[in-house]
Design a protein around this ligand. Structure first.
Ligand code: F6P
Length: 344
C-alpha cells in the first residue's frame, strides 16, 4: 500500500496548479503506486468525487502544461470540517474512503481554511490511531498565512495588480477635468495585495496616489478633506483600495451586503463603488469604481516564475515530508535561508 491523494481548496491562484504538478512529480519520484485527486476539495472527496490522476497527468508534457495553467485544475471548495471527535460521521466517512483507496499521504493545497482541514484531519487520525499523514501546501493571493512571509500565488497576483494600477493611471489623466478613480483589490482582511499597487510607480508612471489598507481604520471625513486638498494640486487621482477596508469602529466600508461562506467570511465587494458615490456627492468631481475582482486570481500572462517554481518545489517536498512521517504540518519556503521548512 503506497497511494497518495491530493486536493485543492479556497480561491484559485496562478500558482496552485504548479503545486499540484509538484505533488504529482513528487509522488512519482518517491515511488507511490497511485495518485488520486479530489474533485472540489474535501467537500467533493466526501461525496466520493475522486479521480485517478495517473490517467490524466501521465506525461511530462501534461505536468509542464499544468504548471503554466492558473486557476484550480481539480476544482475547489470552501468547506469547514467539524471539530474532530471520536465517532463523528464526517470523519468516519473520510477515513473509510482513505482506507478504501489505501491512502498513506493526504496533501491539501490552500490557504488558512485549508490548513484548518489538515490540522483537523491529523487530529482525528491521532484519535483513531491512523497512520495516514496529512500535509498542507500553502497558496493564497492574500499572503496572509502565519509563519511564512509570502505565499505562492501572491507574487503573480501582485504583478497583476501593479500592472492594472499602471493602466488605470495612464487612462485616468487624459481629460482636463478633476476625477477620482477607486480601484478595488482583493485580499480580504490582509492588505498585502493592495500594497502591491505601490509597485506601479516608476519613472514613466506615477502609480496610485493613495493606498487604503484594511489594517488601518479609515477616517472617511479626514480622507475626503485630504482628497479635496490634493485635487487642488492635481486633476486626476487614483486610489487603490482593499476590498476589506473598515471604518475606525472596525465596520466594513462596502456597498454590498455580501454572501457569507462556511467559515463565516463575508464576500467583500462594492468598496470602490461605495467610495466613488460618496466622493462624487461630497466633492462634486467625476468618480469611477474599478473592481478587479476575480481577474486578479488566475492571471495567466502574469505568472511569476519565482512563484511557480516555489509552488512546484514545496508540492514536491511536501510529499517527501509525508513519507518521512510528518503530519499536521505545512510545508513552506524560507527565502532568508533559501530552504524549505515545515511548520505546525
Ligand atoms: O482568499 C482569497 C480570496 O481571493 C480573497 O481575497 C477574497 O476575499 C476571497 O477569496 C473571495 O472568495 P470567493 O471567491 O469564495 O468569494
Amino acid at each position: 500500500r503506497k497511494n497518495l491523494i491530493v486536493g485543492q481548496s479556497g480561491g484559485p491562484t496562478a500558482a496552485i496548479n504548479a503545486s499540484l504538478a509538484g505533488v504529482c512529480c513528487g509522488a512519482k519520484h518517491f515511488g507511490f503506486e497511485k495518485v488520486y485527486g479530489m474533485r472540489f476539495g474535501i467537500e467533493g472527496f466526501l461525496n466520493e468525487k475522486i479521480v485517478d490522476l495517473d490517467e490524466t497527468l501521465n506525461s511530462e508534457l501534461n505536468i509542464e502544461l499544468l504548471k503554466r495553467t492558473p486557476s484550480s485544475y481539480l476544482g475547489s471548495c470552501r468547506y469547514k470540517l467539524p471539530k474532530p471527535e471520536a465517532g463523528n460521521e464526517v470523519y468516519q466517512k473520510a477515513f473509510e474512503l482513505l482506507e478504501k483507496h489505501s491512502i498513506d499521504v493526504f496533501v491539501y493545497i490552500g490557504g488558512n481554511d485549508s490548513m484548518d482541514t489538515i490540522l483537523k484531519m491529523s487530529e482525528y487520525a491521532k484519535i483513531i490511531g491512523s497512520q495516514i499523514k496529512f500535509i498542507g501546501i500553502p497558496k493564497t493571493i492574500d499572503n496572509d498565512l502565519p509563519v511564512t512571509d509570502h505565499t505562492p500565488g501572491y507574487g503573480s497576483a501582485a504583478k497583476y495588480i501593479a500592472t492594472c494600477i499602471s493602466e488605470v493611471v495612464r487612462d485616468s489623466n487624459v481629460y482636463d477635468l478633476k476625477s477620482v478613480t477607486f480601484v478595488e483589490i482583493m485580499g480580504r482582511n490582509a492588505g498585502w495585495l493592495t500594497a502591491a499597487a505601490a509597485l506601479a510607480k516608476n519613472s514613466f508612471n506615477d502609480g496610485a496616489d493613495f493606498i487604503l489598507l484594511p489594517e488601518i481604520g479609515l477616517n472617511l471625513k479626514e480622507f475626503i478633506n485630504i482628497l479635496g486638498n490634493r485635487l487642488n494640486e492635481k486633476n486626476n487621482i487614483v486610489v487603490a483600495v482593499s476590498e476589506g477596508i473598515k471604518d475606525q469602529n472596525g465596520n466594513y466600508i462596502s456597498e454590498d451586503e455580501g454572501n457569507v461562506d462556511a467559515f463565516g467570511h463575508k464576500m467583500l465587494s462594492g468598496t470602490a463603488a461605495y467610495l466613488a458615490k460618496k466622493i462624487k456627492s461630497e466633492l462634486g468631481v467625476k468618480t469611477r469604481a474599478v473592481e478587479i475582482n476575480t481577474l486578479q486570481r488566475a492571471a495567466a500572462h502574469l505568472q511569476s516564475k519565482t512563484d511557480i517554481d516555489e509552488a512546484f518545489n514545496i508540492g514536491f517536498l511536501g510529499v517527501k515530508a509525508g513519507i518521512e512521517g510528518e503530519t499536521g504540518v505545512m510545508m513552506y519556503f524560507d527565502r532568508v535561508n533559501d530552504a524549505p521548512y515545515l511548520s505546525i
